[in-house]
Design a protein around this ligand. Structure first.
Ligand code: MG
Length: 157
């Protein structure tokens, strides 16, 4: 068994929706990103790569590569899972934390858990999603962007 952690940040920018855990959430702003800017899935990919000792998301899916422009971040997760499967790793459970002053994630929590669980081939009980504000402190508290942390456990398939 091995553990991995991931962290990601995106700044808010023009737009009318966010993508979080593969779920499109209507919002007053979008995010500045090369891909769809899904912070939860980017943190998750880094956690998976970290657990397997395979580097980080920037190494495998560089934002300088036009192939990844505007891409659905679920593709990063799927490609990462394939890398893990080739090395006989399977995901045991995932714990995600969204750090943002807005949006409030509670109304979307179950849908996001379900989306991530489906993506990973896990049951919803194996995918946890927590959210916190930063009590109006710092760039997150000033509502300049959002961040996510992910922890995963992997085991031999
Ligand atoms: Mg990112």
């Amino acid at each position: 068994m091995r553990v991995g952690s991931g962290f990601d940040v995106h700044a808010f920018g023009p737009g009318d929706a966010l993508v979080l855990g593969g779920v499109r959430i209507p919002h007053g702003r979008g995010v500045v990103a090369h891909s769809d800017g899904d912070v939860l899935l980017h943190a998750l990919v880094d956690a998976l790569l970290g657990a397997a000792g395979l580097g980080d998301i920037g190494e495998h899916f560089p934002d300088t590569d036009p192939r990844w422009r505007g891409v659905d971040s679920r593709e990063f997760v799927t490609a990462t899972l394939e890398m893990l499967a080739r090395r006989s790793w399977r995901v045991v459970n995932v714990d995600l934390t969204l750090l943002a002053q807005q949006p409030r994630i509670a109304p979307w929590r179950e849908q996001i858990r379900h989306s991530v669980a489906t993506l990973l081939g896990l049951s919803v009980g194996e995918v946890n999603l927590k959210a916190t504000t930063t009590e109006h402190l710092g760039f997150l508290g000033r509502n300049e962007g959002l961040a996510a942390m992910a922890t995963v456990l992997i085991d031999r398939a």
